[in-house]
Design a binder for this molecule. Structure first.
Ligand code: ADP
Length: 940
């Protein structure tokens, strides 16, 4: 059907407008169609066409049984390129020939009065220069006449292309996601809606939960009832509501799987899942179980904490020498043992220089040997002294280490531990060596190492270091698991302490060491308490009775029970580190016994004791001292109170003695009188010593005082007697000497030489006797405090010359050499200094063979004059040298037993020189000769 050539002049009113299609309709000669002239169209058709031309929606009218078509501008594109304009006025059966079989039944339904629709019907359209799939909702509804009879089909279209495309996209997305989820190598799932329904869950996720596919389709709290009470459903809801992704790291999750509640750690992501409109419709969850890693890492951390604790409890130092790079690491404890406080790097030289000179060569050799594999297999186990680089302290150190070799057996690493054994070394009996190879149960750690290579790599260096340390620690270490106190691991050090074989591992402690169940052994209760309280327990010198092969052995131990806790703070094990201090305790007990003995002795001797704090000068005295000094038993006593009881003339000696004891550490020994409160005079002997500060004990000066009044009185009586006798003897002896001297002079030229000789001899003997009697007189004066020094100025060389001449008068057996120089003036007691020189000369004669030389010298030394008497005699042994100047002291030997003397000469000399503020001493080589020196101040 073609449009008519001629224009109709009259356009029916219902065919007005309608754009291009309006024109087309109007141009058609409808009389040639089944519809006929428009004017005769039924009213229903007229209305319908009029409405169709007026609307912008695509509308098609198919009229009559032939379904003659009329359509508007909006409908035209739906017909595509090939069907328009022929379709206008043509039957639908022709236009839609290819799909008529699907359309026809629909049309027939409409003709029966039904409205049918065909949603999202695809029509390929070329609207934008290319062919595209477009979608329309088609609505087919009946057009009725006034009588209700259906005369045609009204087709109205609504384009749904955008909606369909979005839907398709969403569908595609959904499919992609579900594929992705299913194929994901990790646990992954899509949870939809607010209730988190398990929509797509992959097998990995099901496996992780320990559930089967029956949970799919259920809300999460129903599928996994164990989630109730855990924070995860709420976290999911929050992500759903806020759209903010949630990342969980190593989150602890309890799952009910394999019939039990199972704790695990997971990394997971909850990501919002949005539909095509951007609306959140669910969550994508990806989860990855990391339980093994977390547990392994916690285990490593626990192990490291454990070994660190062991190290600290055992006070072990650590050294680590990398022989390839030449670096040496010392921890703080190690540095302390070498007296180093700084944190700068240390070198091998610091080590060698820190060794005590006596140990240096030996230790250097031990290190060199350790580097030779075939010699020592890298083992190193030594004890040596160090001298602190900064504090100069000497310490004893036990060092144990291991050298590691490469495949060529070259040493590459040297690691070990050091322990301060100073106390042990200084205790009376060295503590037996503690057996130290530790069998540290490390199975778990090794397993973890395999699984967690990277963590291990990081930790490897330090871990190896610490493990080695524990292995070589010379202390007892054990770990007890659980309230049943199972011996989980124990090192050889601990087994040695227990006296038990390694097979006790795995037994409860009370079965391993049944002796601990006895009432007086607190250890099992203490461990139980550590579990209850979660706090460490430190034991100090605790006594333990341990069964060593059937024999109950007593020992003393310093130890610590340390709780080992999981991350929730619950104690799961107890670590014990113990050090055997039996020797220390035993030595102390022995010392205590010795002190007891001392106390008994003090009591038996009825001695008084006193104590003076070196710093505060606080004075503490025993009751006996108060008794001797006649002091108030209650009142406080000061040093001055004591001094006040001592006669003035002794104050200086006491003060000097105390000062020398405190300042120079000299022993204090003094006899002096005292006048007690009640006026009674007594004599005491005081002996004391300075004790330096040790630990908490303060530096102090203490000693004993004994009442020697009785003894002193005896001595005084003896002295008085000697004095009296000497005095009485002196008068007749003086006259006798004078007579003999006269006789000697007169008999010089007597014809009988015997008579002359006898007189000379008698003179010598008389002189000897005089000097002897003088000695006794001086002694008795000295003892009774009546030895007075009468000073005058004189030339000492003159005096020496005089004494030599006098001596030569008596003895001619030795050559005495003296060459006086210029005069040296002194202000001293001429007689007494003369007797000192005379004494030294006569000793030189007495104690050297006849014919030997005696040399006397006199020289200025600074502000003093020094006199020297040197002989070539028997000499003095070192042990006698110190005591020569004591009263009545004589050297006992075959040589001296036939030489007469009383042992008072040098005593008197020393007293005289001391009262001149001088010093006297001897030097000697046994068998070669002796030299006696004294110095006194000279006149300047
Ligand atoms: P003594 O009367 O015994 O000589 P001294 O007090 O003078 O008493 O001497 C004490 C002791 O010192 C003597 O017994 C003697 O052993 C020893 N001694 C003194 N001078 C000498 C000396 N020059 N050579 C060797 N021994 C000496």
């Amino acid at each position: 059907m073609l449009p008519k050539e001629t224009e109709h002049t009259s356009v029916p009113p219902f065919l007005q407008g309608g754009g291009e299609m309006g024109n087309l309709i109007r141009s058609i000669d409808w009389s040639t169609t089944a519809l006929g002239e428009p004017n005769i169209w039924p009213a229903a058709l007229k209305y319908s066409v009029s409405m169709m031309l007026a609307t912008n929606f695509p509308v098609l009218i198919c009229w009559g049984n032939d379904y003659i078509q009329l359509y508007n501008d909006a409908f035209r594109p739906i017909l595509g390129e090939g069907k328009h304009p022929q379709a206008m006025g043509l039957s639908s059966s022709k236009t839609f020939n290819e799909i008529w079989h699907t359309i026809k039944p629909l049309f027939e339904q409409v003709m029966l009065g039904e409205t049918v629709s065909q949603p999202d019907f695809m029509v390929p359209l070329n609207r934008n220069g290319y062919l595209e799939d477009c979608y329309f909702d088609f609505s087919y509804s009946p057009i009725r006449d006034e009588a209700g009879k259906v005369l045609g089909v009204l087709v109205i279209c609504m384009e749904t292309t955008a909606k369909v495309r979005a839907m398709n996209q969403a569908k595609l997305n959904h499919e992609n996601i579900s594929n992705m989820i299913r194929q994901s190598p990790v646990a992954m799932g899509l949870f939809s809606g607010e209730n988190m329904v398990l929509e797509i869950i992959n097998d990995k996720f099901l496996e992780l939960w320990g559930k089967d596919s029956s949970v799919i389709g259920k809300p999460v709290e129903e599928a996994l009832p164990e989630m109730k009470g855990q924070p995860y459903p709420q976290i999911m809801r929050d992500v759903f509501n806020t759209g903010v992704t949630y990342v969980g790291k190593e989150a602890k999750v309890f799952l009910h799987r394999g019939g039990k509640s199972d704790e695990g750690y997971y990394n997971f992501i909850n990501q919002p899942f949005k539909d095509g409109d951007g609306k959140i419709t669910g969550l994508i969850v990806v989860a990855n179980e990391v339980t093994e890693q977390v547990k392994a890492r916690n285990e490593i951390a626990r192990m490291l904490a454990q070994v660190r604790l062991s190290k600290e409890a055992a006070e072990l130092g650590l050294f680590d020498s990398n022989l390839e790079t030449g670096t040496l690491e010392w921890d703080a404890r190690c540095r302390t043992l070498f007296g180093i406080s700084h944190q700068n790097p240390v070198t091998y030289d610091d080590f060698i220089n820190g060794l005590h000179p006596h140990d240096r060569i030996r230790i250097q050799k031990a290190v060199d040997d350790a580097y030779i594999k075939e010699l020592t297999n890298g083992a190193y186990d030594v004890e040596y002294r160090t001298v602190g680089a900064e504090d100069k302290k000497t310490r004893w150190v036990r060092a144990k280490g291991q050298v590691y070799f490469d495949e060529n057996d070259s040493p590459v690493r040297f690691i070990g531990s050091v322990l301060d054994i100073t106390d042990k070394k200084y205790s009376e009996e060295a503590v037996r060596r503690v057996n130290d190879d530790l069998a540290w149960a490390n199975k778990e750690l090794i397993e973890a190492q395999v699984q967690l290579k990277e963590i291990i790599d990081e930790l490897k260096a330090s871990e190896a270091k610490y493990r080695d340390l524990v292995q070589h620690a010379p202390v007892g270490i054990a770990v007890y698991r659980g309230r049943e106190v199972i011996v989980e691991s124990v090192n050889d050090g601990m087994l040695t302490i227990w006296g038990k074989p390694a097979s006790v591992t795995g037994l409860p402690l009370k079965e391993a060491l049944p002796e601990l169940e006895s009432e007086d052994q607190p250890f099992l209760k203490l461990i139980d308490h550590v579990y209850t309280s979660g706090e460490s327990y430190f034991g100090f010198e605790a006594r333990a009775l341990l069964d060593h092969n059937g024999e109950l052995k007593e020992g003393y131990f310093d130890f610590i029970f340390q709780p080992l806790k999981d991350e929730d703070g619950v104690t799961h094990s107890v670590l014990q580190v113990a050090i055997d201090v039996t020797q220390r305790v035993v030595s102390r007990l022995e010392k205590f016994r010795a002190e007891e003995m001392l106390r008994f002795s003090v009591e038996a001797a009825n001695a008084a004791t006193w104590y003076m704090d070196a710093e505060t000068r606080e004075f503490v005295v025993s009751d006996r001292l108060r008794e001797i000094y006649g002091l108030d038993p209650e009142a406080e006593v000061t040093y001055d109170d004591i001094l006040n009881q001592i006669p003035q003339e002794y104050h200086e000696r006491v003060n000097i003695g105390v000062h020398e004891a405190l300042a120079e550490g000299k022993g204090y020994s003094l006899e002096h009188p005292l006048v007690s409160e009640n006026g009674k005079k007594r004599w005491v002997r005081a002996l004391g010593k300075m004790y330096p500060a040790v630990g908490s004990r303060r530096a102090h000066f203490s000693g004993l005082t004994i009442d020697i009044t009785e003894q002193k009185q005896d001595e005084l009586r003896k002295n008085d007697f000697i004095g009296m006798v000497s005095h009485e003897l002196k008068t007749p002896l003086t006259s006798l000497t004078a007579i003999i001297q006269l006789l000697d002079i007169k008999l010089k030229n007597y014809p009988d030489p015997f008579v002359a000789g006898a007189a000379a001899n008698a003179n010598k003997q008389a002189k000897r006797m005089t000097s002897m009697i003088n000695g006794f007189l001086s002694l008795s004066r000295l003892e009774s405090g009546k030895l007075y020094i009468l000073k005058e100025k004189f030339d000492i060389e003159d005096l020496i010359q005089e004494v030599i001449e006098e001596t030569e008068l008596i003895i001619a057996s030795h050559d005495i050499h003296f060459s006086p120089d210029k005069p040296i003036m002194v202000n001293a007691d001429r007689d007494k200094i003369g007797s000192v020189i005379s004494n030294l000369l006569s000793n030189a004669v007495k104690y050297s063979p006849k014919g030997k030389n005696i040399e006397v010298r006199c020289a200025i030394t600074g502000e003093n004059v020094q006199v020297i008497v040197k002989d070539e005699g028997m000499g003095i042994k070192p042990q006698d040298k110190e005591r020569l100047f004591e009263r009545y002291y004589r050297v006992q030997s075959n040589h001296t037993q036939h030489i007469s003397g009383f042992g008072i000469g040098l005593y008197l000399c020393a007293e005289i020189i001391q009262r001149h503020e001088g010093t006297i001493w001897a030097e000697s080589e046994s068998g070669v000769g002796s030299t006696f020196y004294f110095t006194i101040p000279r006149v300047l």
